[in-house]
Design a protein around this ligand. Sequence first.
Ligand SMILES: Cc1ncc(COP(=O)(O)O)c(C=O)c1O
Length: 407
Amino acid sequence: MFDALQEELKELRAQGLYRSCRRVEAIEGARIRIDGRWLIHLASNNYLGLSQHPRVVAAAQEAIQRYGAGTGSARLISGTFSIHEELEERLARFKQAQSALVFPTGYMANLGIIQALVGPGDLVIGDHLNHASLVDASRLSRAAFRVYPHRDLDRLESALKHRAGRYRRVLIVTEGVFSMDGDLAPLPGIAELTRRYNAWLLIDDAHATGVFGAQGRGTLEHFGIPPEGQSPFEGILQMGTLSKALGSQGGYLAGPRVVVDYLRNKARSFIYTTALAPASAAAALEALNLIEEEPVLRAGLWNNVREWVSALDEMGCDLISRASPIVPIRIGSSEEAVALAQRLFEAGIYAPAIRPPTVPAGSARIRTSLTALHTQADSKSAIFSFKNSLESEKIGLFPVKAYDDFH
Ligand SMILES: Cc1ncc(COP(=O)(O)O)c(C=O)c1O
């Protein structure tokens, strides 16, 4: 009965595209235990290490004590607790927006926002490398959907010029920092086109919030694009996730009050699901406090990024970008990327291969990401093992030795 599925799985295996979950047994600082071995973790989006911060953990525990483990209801029934409203107010302030709305995940935020704001008769134009949640949301919205080549302002403009007039509403969608490439969208140019063509712009700042900008507010702050109310760009909406630099779980939209009010009434992934767990809301709230109070976390992260990029450059790695804590190394073939990831694993490093369909065909890569938790010793060890693995993978002459075998 399920033979066709077996066949497809066999085919995926043959192409080096089969996926399975690695079971993580424990996490401590920038180390991760898999199969009983402690590895240096180069695959986390917990950029500031806040998921493990004692204040964040304590806030989550207190919320469980006060409200229980779950909310027991959707937000519009009885699932809106004071912690949700506190978090929404705090997010709005942090993002310098009038208002904010929290969803159970970032994926659901994108689904709900885009499906509510556009539909038949509207147009979504998105960057070719946008995250799957943005692509799925754009398709499910039933609006017309076009993509422009990655970061290509000329092609975005020509799409707007030829199409914008034909639709009721035009929504441009881009990631602020691209999750698999680590580069930044050219936001000043996109914002200018948004204004010129009277469009709306949704920025997915999942990987920028807490990381970019003098106060960690994200890519708008990084590029010096003024916040809501002071900006000539009226149509800008920011979404993000609580699950990366904020170390928790959940997603949000920050924007004008009317948009938030509209989404509360229309976004199906907000309405028809159980409200975010109180522990997650409280953890994210405390993480925002820490981002504001401890800029040293962000400074430490960026030091680690600089050191890592220059070490990989010295090794002659083909880096896809050097602009963010996401530092992907271009490999090309899925099989080679998987083989190198396995070498790295044996050498004590966790940095998985990213393959199609997550990235375009022929662009498999090892995606490394840095956090504020990586110590000098972690970096030294990671650089050593990386060098060793790259060499042995290239010439295949000697087995990989773990750093600890040498020291
Ligand atoms: C750019 C981007 N948007 C949205 C999401 C979805 O966020 P969440 O994990 O909170 O569902 C992710 C990652 O998971 C992402 O990388």
